[in-house]
Design a protein. Structure first.
Length: 233
């Protein structure tokens, strides 16, 4: 399960507000808010994302619903601090009705209930998107969404393992998701990437081909960054 968060204060220094032009301060405030998802994952900061994750964890444990965190938060977890404004979670098909029924008791509101299981919840100002087992990331995807257990989450709330996270990102067909995979590849050791590729071999050959191309893209970007003397992150 995800670690219990520690508390970190992040409010801007009020004195700085008086020293900055209003436009600059407003821009900083927007950036600060936009990066809350990153700080929730990397620093366990107490903010709207960490509070939503805490209540998801309570729900998953108390109701015995395994929940796998996928999407943008997974990218942050695996090394690419891309700010995201929502939480994507994979849920087993036979647990969807139970989740919808129990969610309001844990501070969630049902924003949209889909016949196909792609429900949308809210927790305060955070949107939670349900990625249902058996659904498809896109209509033309050759495979269906796996269960949280196959993604590596047997109980409670936790991040999908890297191979399953990459599978979902690749299956979506979106350029943004493929860019996330490239950035994560740049931060991941070869052994972990080999395990991810071996997993995709067992899923679908199309995903292997896409993985190999993204891997080449990642290596090319690393080489280019090294040539330019980019500072290590």
């Amino acid at each position: 399960m995800i670690d219990e968060p520690f508390r970190v204060g992040t409010s801007m220094n009020e004195q700085n507000q008086t020293l900055l032009p209003k436009e600059v301060f407003d821009s900083l405030a927007i950036l600060n808010r936009g990066s809350e998802s990153v700080r929730a994952v990397l620093m366990a900061e107490d903010n709207r994302f960490s509070r939503a994750l805490e209540d998801l964890q309570r729900l998953s444990i108390n109701e015995k619903i395994p929940i796998a965190i996928v999407g943008g938060l997974g990218a942050i977890r695996y090394g690419y601090p891309a700010a995201t404004q929502d939480i994507d979670i994979a849920v087993a098909q036979n647990q969807l009705a139970k989740l919808i029924l129990s969610a309001p008791r844990y501070g969630f509101k049902i924003l949209w209930e889909s016949l196909s299981g792609w429900h949308t919840l809210t927790h305060g100002e955070v949107e939670i998107n349900i990625v249902p087992e058996g659904g498809k990331a896109r209509k033309t995807a050759p495979t269906c969404i796996p269960s949280p257990q196959i993604l590596g989450v047997q109980q409670g709330l936790d991040y999908a393992l890297l191979p399953g996270w990459m599978e979902l990102k690749i299956s979506s067909g979106r350029q943004k998701d493929r860019a996330h995979v490239v950035e994560v590849m740049k931060k991941t050791d070869e052994n972990a990437l080999t395990l991810a590729r071996n997993h995709l071999v067992s899923v679908h050959q199309n995903y292997v081909q896409i993985f190999d191309q993204l891997y080449e893209d990642a290596k090319a970007e690393i080489d280019q960054e090294n040539e330019r003397g980019a500072p290590p992150v």
